[in-house]
Ligand binder design. Structure first.
Ligand SMILES: *[C@@H]1O[C@H](CO)[C@@H](O)[C@H](O)[C@H]1NC(C)=O
Ligand SMILES: *[C@@H]1O[C@H](CO)[C@@H](O)[C@H](O)[C@H]1NC(C)=O
Ligand SMILES: *[C@@H]1O[C@H](CO)[C@@H](O)[C@H](O)[C@H]1NC(C)=O
Ligand SMILES: *[C@@H]1O[C@H](CO)[C@@H](O)[C@H](O)[C@H]1NC(C)=O
Length: 453
C-alpha cells in the first residue's frame, strides 16, 4: 500500500500544469495574460472512410505528438471521438506537450442531418453529445468544442441552422447544469461565400447569450500557392468580419490547388497585425494524407510517418513567424452580431426527454456504436442510458422502437454509467478495474492539488 502511494506521489510530481486558456473579448488569452494564437493542425487519420479515434491508441498518438512538437504546435482539432473509450493517456501526453484540443462533438451517425434537421435533433443525439462532454470536461487542455462542422453548405441548407444553434445552447446549458468548466462552444463554417458571413452572424446573434457561440471557426481555402494578403481575399475578409465580437480563427486552411508542395506563406499573414485584430491563428488541414490529398505526412505504420514537403514548408514558415507583440489589437467589448435576414424557424426547444441528463449526466456512453440518431424522429427511452434504472425496467425498454440488438448490447455492458470508467485498451494490464479507477482519480486529485500550489 505504501509502495502504491509512493508510486502515485512520484507520478503526481511529474504532473505539469498546462496554462488554462480563456476568452476575453474577441481573443484567446493564457491565464497569465499573454495572448494565445492557435498554431494547429486538423487531426483525424482515416478520415470518415475509416473512422478511427486518434486519441485512444497510445502508439499512434505517441507517433504523432512528436511531430506536433517538432512543428511547435499548440492546438489540434479532432472531428470525431469514441466516447466509450478512455482518452487519459493521449490527453496527458498532449498536455505535457503544451497542446490543446479543439473537439467536434459529433460522429458521422450522430449529428444534425441536412436532409431532415428536425428529426436528427433528438434526445438520443444529445445523449451522445453530452456523453462526450462528460468525458472531456475534466481536461484543462480542452480549448473548445465544436457543436457542428459545415452543416450549412449553401442557401438551400440554411434551414438546418436553428437546430445547430439549439445544440450550441444545449451544450452550454448542460455544462452549467453539471457544474463543469464553461468550455467554449463554437461552430466551424464552410468556405462558401454566399452563406459564410451570414452564418457567422447567425450563430452570434440574439438575446439569449446561451444560444450564441463563444468562438467561430472559418474553413478557408482561398490562399493558394504563393498568394498574398490582398490576392487571397484575406484582406476582404478582414473587412467582412469587422467588429465581430467573439474569437475567429481558421478551423481549416491550406489550399492544395496549385501543384506541388504547399508553401504555406499564409502563415506570415495570419500571425501578423494584418489579421490579429480579428483572427487568432488557425489549423492546417490536415495532418495525415488521405484520399483528398491534404496531408502533411504519409502514415507508414503505427509507429512511423514519412514527412511530405508540405510538412517541411509549414515547419519553415511557422519557425520564422512569431506572434504579433502585445495584445495584437484585439477588441475587448464589441457587440454581438445582428441576425441575418434568413427565413428560418425559431431555435427549437430542447426535447424534454433530454432533461434527465441535466440532473444525472449523460449516462452510458456508446461511442461509435451509438444508433444512427440522424434518422431517428423520436426519443427513445432515456432510462436505457442508466444501468441502475435500465436493469429494473426491462419491460419498458422493450416498448421502445429501438432494435433489440442495441438494447442488448447496451444492457450487456456492465460498466457503470460513468463514461470515464469504461474499459479501455490502456487499462488492459490491470485486472482490478475499481483499483485502477480509484488510482487514477487519486492521481488526478494530486495533480489538481499541485496545480493549485
Ligand atoms: C504565459 O504562458 C505561456 C504558455 O505557457 C507562455 O508561453 C508565456 O510566455 C507566458 N507569459 C508570461 C507573461 O509569463
Ligand atoms: C483503418 O484504420 C485502422 C486503424 O488505424 C488500420 O489498422 C486499418 O488498416 C485501416 N484500414 C484501411 C482500409 O485503411
Ligand atoms: C515548398 O516545397 C517545395 C517542394 O520541395 C519547394 O519547391 C518550395 O520552394 C517550397 N516552398 C517554400 C515557400 O519554401
Ligand atoms: C523548426 O524548428 C524546429 C525546432 O527548433 C526544428 O526541429 C525544425 O527542424 C525547424 N524546421 C525547419 C524547416 O527548419
Amino acid at each position: 500500500m505504501i509502495g502504491t502511494l509512493l508510486l502515485l506521489l512520484a507520478f503526481a510530481f511529474t504532473v505539469q500544469c498546462i496554462e488554462k486558456v480563456e476568452i476575453r473579448g474577441n481573443a484567446f488569452f493564457y491565464e497569465n495574460g499573454t495572448r494565445f494564437y492557435m498554431r494547429g493542425v486538423d487531426y483525424q487519420p482515416g478520415a470518415t472512410s475509416n473512422l478511427t479515434d486518434p486519441l485512444t491508441e497510445v502508439t499512434t498518438c505517441t507517433r504523432d505528438i512528436k511531430r506536433f512538437t517538432e512543428l511547435g504546435l499548440n492546438t489540434i482539432r479532432v472531428y470525431s471521438v469514441d466516447n466509450s473509450k478512455s482518452h487519459e493517456t493521449c490527453m496527458k501526453m498532449l498536455d505535457d506537450a503544451g497542446i490543446y484540443l479543439l473537439l467536434d462533438v459529433n460522429t458521422p451517425d450522430a449529428s444534425i442531418s441536412r436532409k431532415d434537421p428536425q428529426c436528427s435533433y433528438n434526445a438520443d443525439y444529445l445523449q451522445n453529445v453530452f456523453a462526450t462532454i462528460d468525458l472531456f470536461e475534466k481536461y484543462d487542455n480542452v480549448l473548445g468544442f465544436f457543436a457542428a462542422n459545415e452543416v450549412i453548405n449553401d442557401e438551400d441548407t440554411i434551414d438546418t441552422a436553428p437546430y445547430v444553434k439549439a445544440v450550441v445552447r444545449d451544450m452550454k446549458k448542460y455544462m452549467k447544469a453539471r457544474n463543469y468548466r464553461q468550455i467554449p462552444v463554437g461552430y466551424s463554417a464552410a468556405d462558401v461565400s454566399q452563406v459564410r458571413k451570414d452564418s457567422a452572424d447567425y450563430f452570434n446573434c440574439g438575446d439569449d447569450a446561451d444560444a450564441r457561440v463563444d468562438m467561430m471557426g472559418i474553413n478557408d481555402y482561398s490562399w493558394c500557392g504563393k498568394s498574398s494578403f490582398k490576392q487571397s481575399g484575406y484582406a476582404e475578409k478582414m473587412k467582412e468580419y469587422e467588429g465581430y465580437s467573439v474569437p475567429l480563427f481558421l478551423s481549416e486552411f491550406g489550399c492544395n490547388e496549385v501543384p506541388g508542395a504547399r508553401p504555406f506563406t499564409e502563415i506570415g499573414s495570419l500571425f501578423s497585425t494584418d489579421m490579429s485584430s480579428l483572427f487568432s491563428g488557425g489549423l492546417v488541414y490536415e495532418y495525415s494524407e488521405e484520399e483528398n490529398e491534404y496531408g502533411l505526412v504519409n502514415i507508414i505504420s503505427s509507429t512511423e510517418v514519412e514527412l511530405k514537403d508540405d510538412f517541411i514548408n509549414l515547419s519553415e514558415q511557422l519557425n520564422k513567424t512569431s506572434n504579433p507583440s502585445g495584445d495584437g489589437g484585439y477588441s475587448k467589448d464589441s457587440e454581438h452580431s445582428e441576425c441575418p435576414d434568413w427565413d428560418v424557424d425559431d431555435v427549437p426547444d430542447m426535447p424534454e426527454a433530454a432533461e434527465i441528463f441535466f440532473e444525472r449526466g449523460a449516462g452510458q456512453a456508446l461511442g461509435f456504436d451509438h444508433d444512427g440518431t440522424q434518422w431517428m424522429c423520436y426519443n427513445s427511452d432515456m432510462s436505457n442510458y442508466f444501468s441502475d434504472v435500465a436493469s429494473s425496467s426491462t419491460s419498458r425498454r422493450s416498448s421502445t422502437s429501438r432494435s433489440s440488438s442495441t438494447s442488448s448490447s447496451r444492457s450487456g455492458n456492465s460498466n457503470s454509467n460513468s463514461a470515464n470508467s469504461n474499459s479501455n485498451s490502456e487499462a488492459a494490464t490491470t485486472t482490478n478495474g475499481a483499483a485502477l479507477v480509484g488510482g487514477s482519480l487519486l492521481t488526478s486529485a494530486f495533480g489538481a492539488l499541485l496545480c493549485l500550489l
